[in-house]
Design a protein around this ligand. Structure first.
Ligand code: FES
Length: 180
């Protein structure tokens, strides 16, 4: 995912600071960098699910590490977003098992249905579609991740139903759910 020049309002408020402090309490005081991944998750969750360069710099400042140490982690993992994304980000696994079971076709179908290309977000800011590497559910291919939610043995009908559920506000992105 490319880096965005979009402006982001940075708000490290008392609640977020408390969550970061709680995470840091699990690590030795001189090993604050060890908390980088969970801290990035917390900070991203609190900032519309993306991390601008300015926000990454803020995380570096909080942890007392160099900005480059944050950039290299954020740019490596697809779970961190470097540009604004839709409320619902459909992450299609397209590694071997899912690819053999039609992941590309399903991703194309979803993009066409939503009127976007891979990596794009719908104009209403609701949906983003991206292809990612193996999500560890190879035996249930093809599959996608949506927040903490896994949808497995995916079909076009299941994609249709999932989009409808998102539009109806029925999908809890932060509740780990695995459905057929
Ligand atoms: S290949 Fe798709 S989850 Fe592993």
């Amino acid at each position: 995912m490319e880096i965005s020049n979009a402006k982001q309002v940075i708000n490290i408020d008392a609640a977020l600071t408390a969550r970061i402090d709680e995470l840091l309490s699990h690590y030795p005081a001189d090993k604050r960098k060890s908390a980088l991944l969970p801290v990035l998750h917390e900070v991203q969750d609190a900032h519309d699910n993306w991390l601008s360069i300015e926000l990454q710099d803020k995380v570096a400042e909080i942890l007392g590490i160099k900005p480059i140490e944050v950039y290299e982690v954020v740019s490596f993992y697809t779970m961190y977003n470097q540009k604004p994304i839709g409320k619902y980000m459909f992450e299609f696994c397209r590694t071997s098992c899912c690819a053999l079971r039609g992941a590309e076709d399903l991703m194309d179908y979803t993009c066409n249905k939503l009127g976007i290309k891979e990596g794009e977000t719908t104009p209403d800011g609701q949906f983003t579609v991206v292809g990612v590497e193996c999500l560890g559910a190879c035996g249930y291919a093809p599959m996608l991740q949506l927040g903490d939610y896994y949808k497995e043995h995916l079909t076009k009908e299941k994609v249709d139903a999932l989009i409808d559920d998102c539009r109806a506000g029925k999908v809890d992105l932060h509740k780990l759910t695995i459905t057929e």
